[in-house]
Write a protein that binds this ligand. Structure first.
Ligand code: NAP
Length: 338
């Protein structure tokens, strides 16, 4: 049983911890927090050993009555690998200052720059390239969304060029200090956005240009894709391919799922922990081929979609499983993913 430490128990970290705990070939040896808030209490209530990210704050935890098992250094001593889910940019610093010095394997999240880590990961695109690696970064929620649907389309009929308009949620639901509240922000205001180059860190040869805007919503990201194809299959072949693709679901406005709000209501009805939708939701009605170009729209639950990829990355890097498909199936089964 391989030992996994989760450094940073926030939006992504707490979900990765639960996903790791659901596996039978790895276990959580600890999670870390900087402060003794409700998430720290919940981590302990769930049975995770809690470690202090800032040891000088021991008294703060003591005064709050939150029992810690030690410092993050003590947590790292017990780990075969760490999943770094600290805020954007901190992971790269931790790589240099902590993990490299300890010779400890580490997985980073999409807030880190590819160049700082050197290797990016998506289960469906480049699992083999990450087998045994010391460090890898699971690409961002948006890039995971792009790769989940574009990879099977590329495999089916080849892609000449992708153009995508990314409509990004302004904040996560619990982020009360972020916005916008009443604006649409070109973000970045320059074209192209970084999402295209980020996809190329896992789908190495894809030709893609993206532009992005930020909107006042917290529920999901939404993508609008225009894909020039190498060969033109029947639309039914594309639909069938996406229907068969793991971690992708087709949803229909006709059935009441015409918006991100309704898709998240569907996720609530699935009854999963935290109402997570790990799958990318593609609107069936949006799929259309016009003059050799495929059009579609999709929605991404930003808090959840990267979580199964973190589990697969652990298996690849610790060489628990060298077959991508087997890891994907095992992760899906344990997390009830469609
Ligand atoms: P988050 O909710 O802010 O959580 C960050 C966690 O890191 C918190 O538990 C925080 O603990 C902890 N932390 C802060 N400083 C630390 C330190 N010095 N050492 C150890 N832990 C520390 O952030 P997140 O949204 O999960 O993002 C984590 C990463 O995932 C980022 O790279 C982000 O870009 C990426 N990502 C985020 C999303 C998303 O939609 N949220 C989606 C995909 C990828 P305290 O609360 O105790 O301070």
């Amino acid at each position: 049983m391989k030992a996994v430490a989760i450094n940073g128990y926030g939006t992504i970290g707490k979900r990765v911890a639960d996903a790791v705990a659901a596996q039978d070939d790895m276990k959580v040896v600890g999670v870390s927090k900087t402060k003794p808030d409700f998430e720290a209490e919940m981590a302990i209530a769930k049975g995770y050993d809690l470690y202090m990210a800032i040891p000088e704050r021991e008294k703060l935890f003591e005064d709050a009555g939150v029992q810690v098992s030690g410092t993050v250094d003590e947590m790292f001593d017990k780990a075969d690998i760490v999943v770094d889910c600290t805020p954007e940019g901190m992971g790269a610093k931790n790589k240099e200052n902590i993990y490299e010095k300890r010779d400890l394997k580490a997985i980073f999240e999409g807030g880190e720059k590819h160049d700082a880590i050197g290797l990016s990961f998506n289960s469906f695109c480049n699992y083999e390239d990450v087998i045994g690696a010391e460090y890898a970064r699971v690409v961002s929620c948006n890039t995971t969304g792009l790769s989940r649907t574009l990879k099977p389309i590329a495999d089916l009929c080849g892609i000449k060029k992708v153009r995508a308009v990314m409509v990004r949620r302004g904040a996560d639901p619990a982020q009360v200090k972020k916005g916008p509240i009443n604006a649409i922000i070109p973000n970045p205001p320059t074209v192209p956005s970084h999402h295209g180059p980020d996809l190329q860190t896992v789908m190495y040869d894809v030709d893609i240009t993206t532009i992005a805007i930020l909107v006042p919503t917290t529920l999901m990201h939404q993508h609008n894709l225009m894909v020039e194809l190498e060969s033109t299959p029947d639309l039914d072949d594309i639909i069938e391919t996406l229907e068969k693709t793991s971690r992708v679901i087709l949803v229909s406005a006709d059935k009441g799922l015409g918006s991100t709000a309704e898709v998240m209501e569907y996720a609530k009805d699935l009854g999963r922990s935290r109402n997570d939708l790990f799958e990318i939701a593609v609107w069936k009605e949006s799929l259309n081929i016009v003059e050799d170009e495929l059009y579609y729209m999709q929605a991404i639950h930003q808090e959840a979609d990267v979580v199964p990829e973190n589990v697969d990355a652990i298996r690849a890097m610790l060489e628990i499983e060298t077959d991508a498909q087997k890891s994907i199936e095992k992760t899906n089964k344990s997390m009830d993913i469609l």
